[in-house]
Design a protein. Structure first.
Length: 205
């Protein structure tokens, strides 16, 4: 039954690849097919395949169009610091104070250099340049598969977060692994999550 399901999923994915241009673009992009395209060419093509209409960079009107314009024209050096989970710590400390930082337990360039014995029973490991891939939220070190954690972190370090959507700030972030204190809110088994959405974008900034 398992093999039949895998075969069915493979056939279904193949059919979708042939018939769905948006899905085909996604798969080719994940495999680096457009890596050597200019940012403008890529964003114009990606917008067409994803949104089903042409991207107007000369006179962007929609929120999405303005975001693509900003990717090309709003490239302040401090943005690279802001998206770097390691370097932004100094930025936050300077602007707000160190009391707003989650305690740092360690930083490494290679997963093999992590000294797990020196880490507490609970901690969080993550790459500084991406979002999610490679992250390890450890609630009990005695149950942690260290070998698999190293594999996942190495895969996370290899992720080119800039190429996927051409978000320029991620392009030149020096890739590292950081360990931070495991945080929970009192009375909860997890950390409260606050999300903010800004709906106003100015192309004249």
């Amino acid at each position: 039954m398992g093999n039949h399901m895998k075969a069915f999923n493979l056939i279904n994915a193949g059919y979708k690849y042939i018939t769905d241009s948006s899905y085909r673009f996604k798969i080719k992009n994940e495999h680096g097919f457009y890596r050597n395209w200019s940012d403008e060419k890529f964003l114009t093509y990606a917008y067409l395949k994803t949104m089903g209409k042409s991207l107007d960079l000369e006179n962007p009107k929609t929120f999405n169009e303005k975001l693509q314009w900003l990717k090309l024209h709003n490239r302040k050096p401090e943005y690279t610091i802001m998206v770097d989970k390691y370097r932004v710590r100094d930025y936050v400390a300077d602007k707000l104070g160190e009391e707003y930082l989650i305690p740092l337990l360690g930083v490494w360039d290679d997963p093999d250099d992590i000294e797990f014995d020196a880490l507490p029973d609970q901690f969080v490991l993550k790459c500084n340049h991406n979002s999610g891939l490679g992250m390890c939220i450890c609630k009990d070190k005695s149950k942690l598969d260290i070998s698999m954690t190293r594999v996942r972190l190495r895969k996370g370090l290899q992720e080119d977060y800039f190429t996927r959507n051409r978000e320029w700030p991620y392009k030149d972030v020096p890739r590292k692994i950081i360990a931070e204190k495991y945080m929970v809110d009192e009375g909860l088994n997890e950390l409260r999550d606050y999300k903010f959405f800004a709906s106003t974008v100015s192309v004249n900034a």
